[in-house]
Design a protein around this ligand. Structure first.
Ligand code: WT7
Length: 637
């Protein structure tokens, strides 16, 4: 495919950006025109951020899978769509061509239909990184069912919360998942979740690891046996369901500053158009490129840049099942060489952890097919940026530092590889169509350069969040109510003297641990469920590998016999309730927390102590009990 909307020079970027601001409707209509529609839209955009009510490509009809699959078949049916590299080096990799993927998505769409799934039904997908995961997602999209993928690291309790929130009656899972040297018993975790979710009608289980599972009569079926039935039916073609532009494509849960994760809802058309536009431009995708995004499909990065955008562009997406440093720290570089990867997209935390092994794992790796490198998920420190540039890109690959969020659907602020300038630790410039503004605490827009503020977006873009599932008011309060007529990102940001943007981190109570978003309130709620705990307060602190670590201050009912046992028990509780990703790195037992006279915990003070910035704690005289600060300082772990 060729992309008339691909920007090829700084001048073209400036022209496209200006057009996107002056005439956004025409700008996006021209891009949307390059996709496959059952029926074109009547009107490009209607919006009101106050409600919020945002609609793109009104009355347009389409199915995203016809754009990801069908439209490539005639010309590129034999091109690889997905290359899958398994966890173990001893197991052969697999290549699914566009023809193969189209066939298998159709087949599994039939399985879903045979099992009673209808348009609009919510389907929870809890699988490892196997090709059947994108097949399952695309099969949902094929028939208009709304998938909600849950990352394999979440606990049974987290799954149950999400199933209930989305009222999902169908689940697709695996018996187990390979992750490095471990097998994770996914189906058993689902079974624990389902104790609290009797409304679930069907669980389809893909056999990956031969982990023993209990298959419940009338509820659980095997993927392979269901495929067998479709084969006996003669593999009927599954016509793609005609979707309205604004019909939801998927729900993806993410953490916020409250204790309860929210289901971010993305639309069918706007998400398709923006994700593909951003992919082709940021990575400067060229036909034939092999694109390797190391993210897990359980996060938005995997949804957008392993599946939907790459397939819409007719590209080749490499997905792998393993871990970056297993069986050794050369794993990613072996994969790059084996599959002649051209674009590598990973997270700063992965780069830092691989840096720690030194240069030995790079010996004998060529890496010379690489053309573009990318990072996402957290601010990249300059040391990691330079290591990536020097040792992986060999100083000949532009690095794109891509800032975006689950809620934005696609990359919002980033340099375009080799086209617009890059600057270490800067996301740099907004993509066409994206209008960033910085505001102060009072919501006043900060004009000019060399300024810092809270990052907001002033105008809708096609893949902006439409609602939070089942609770529209929550969407309004979270993103559209803080500042008048603006989408608020939750991030702090600096705009330098040349107008380039540098993301400085979250300004709300959300942590970014190894590029994963975790709400402090969620972790506190989990800790507080432990019988021995009276109260807790959780903050982030700088962590060499993870970016941020989790620091928990905990008040116990009685002093523990063995503090380390108690810490292990609290960690176990958090693992049970949220998942191992939310386990505190440090737990300090305290007798009280610094509170104002009105009872509000002064997190600023707790953050300073966790960061070991005791000198800048500031005034504590307004506290109910200033003495507690000295005790906490002295007991820092
Ligand atoms: C938060 C969104 C978007 C996919 C991965 C995370 C932080 C993301 C960058 C970057 C600095 C970044 C922000 C953002 N973030 N990319 N390039 N530079 N910070 O998605 O879980 O929705 O988290 O990740 O704080 O708000 P997410």
């Amino acid at each position: 495919m060729s992309f008339p909307f691909q920007i090829k020079s700084l001048q073209e970027y400036n022209t496209a950006y200006a057009k996107s601001v002056e005439n956004p409707e025409q700008f996006w209509a021209d891009i949307a025109d390059t996709f496959m529609w059952r029926k074109k839209w009547d009107k490009v955009l209607e919006w009101d951020f106050k409600k919020p009510d945002i609609k793109w490509f009104i009355n347009g009809k389409l199915n995203i899978t016809e754009n990801c699959l069908d439209r490539h078949l005639a010309r590129s049916g034999d091109d690889p769509a997905i290359i899958w590299e398994p966890n173990s080096k001893d197991e052969p990799h697999k290549v699914l061509t566009y023809n193969d993927l189209h066939f298998r998505v159709n087949q599994f769409a039939n399985v879903l239909r045979n099992n009673g799934v209808k348009k609009g039904d919510r389907i929870c997908i809890y699988m490892g990184m196997v090709p059947e995961l994108p097949i399952a997602m695309l099969a949902c999209a094929r028939i208009g069912a709304i998938h909600s993928v849950i990352f394999g690291g979440f606990s049974a309790q987290s799954i149950a919360d999400r199933l209930q929130d989305a009222n999902a009656e169908f689940i697709i899972t695996c018996d187990g998942a390979y992750r490095g040297g471990k097998d994770i018993a996914l189906k058993n975790i689902i079974d624990d979740a389902l104790i609290a979710c009797a409304f679930v009608k069907r669980v389809i289980v893909f056999n990956r690891t031969h982990t023993p599972v209990s298959m419940i009569k009338g509820r659980d079926v095997w993927w392979d046996e269901e495929i067998q039935i479709v084969e006996e039916q003669g593999n009927p073609v599954m016509p793609a369901e005609e979707m309205d532009a604004e019909d939801p494509l998927f729900i993806l849960y993410t953490s916020g500053s409250t204790g309860k994760p929210k289901g971010v809802v993305h639309s069918s058309a706007g998400y398709m158009v923006y994700s593909t536009y951003s992919f082709v431009n940021v990575f400067q995708y060229q036909p034939g490129d092999v694109h390797f995004c190391t993210a897990d499909i359980g996060w938005i990065t995997g949804h957008t840049y392993i599946i939907y955008s790459v397939l819409c562009a007719g590209g080749t997406s490499l997905m792998y099942e393993g871990l970056p440093a297993w069986p050794d720290a050369g794993r990613l570089w072996d994969i790059v060489d084996k599959h002649k990867v051209n674009i590598l997209y990973t997270a700063p935390t992965a780069i830092r952890s691989l840096m720690a092994y030194g240069l030995e794992p790079l010996k004998g790796k060529s890496l010379d097919t690489l053309r573009v490198l990318g990072t996402v998920g957290e601010p990249i420190n300059e040391e990691a940026w330079h290591w990536y540039d020097e040792h992986i890109g060999k100083k000949r690959c532009p690095i794109v530092d891509t800032w975006w969020q689950t809620e934005t659907g696609g990359i919002m602020i980033s340099n375009l590889a080799g086209v617009t300038p890059s600057k270490p630790s800067y996301a740099t410039l907004p993509l066409p169509g994206i209008q960033p503004v910085l505001v102060d605490e009072q919501g006043k827009v900060i004009e000019g350069n060399d300024v810092s503020g809270n990052l907001c977006i002033r105008f809708p873009w096609p893949s902006v969040i439409r609602t939070t599932y089942g609770d529209h008011e929550r969407c309004r309060l979270n993103y559209f109510a803080t500042y008048h007529d603006l989408y608020f990102t939750g991030d702090g940001c600096y705009r330098d003297s040349q107008g380039q943007y540098r993301i400085t981190g979250r300004v709300d109570d959300v942590l970014n641990v190894s590029g994963h978003r975790i709400g402090t309130a969620e972790v506190e709620n989990a800790i507080n469920r432990h019988t021995g705990v009276l109260e807790s307060a959780v903050v982030g602190y700088p962590h060499d590998l993870k970016g941020q670590g989790i620091y928990a201050y905990v008040i116990l009912g009685h002093s523990p016999e063995d503090a380390n046992y108690m810490r292990a028990d609290i960690n176990q509780t958090v693992t049970r309730i949220i998942g191992a990703i939310a386990r505190p790195d440090k737990i300090q037992f305290v007798s009280g927390l610094p509170k104002t006279r009105s009872g509000k915990i002064m997190r600023r003070i707790l953050r300073k102590i966790a960061e070991n910035e005791m000198g800048s704690i500031g005034d504590t005289t307004t506290l109910l009990d200033p003495a507690v600060v000295e005790e906490i300082k002295a007991g820092r772990v």
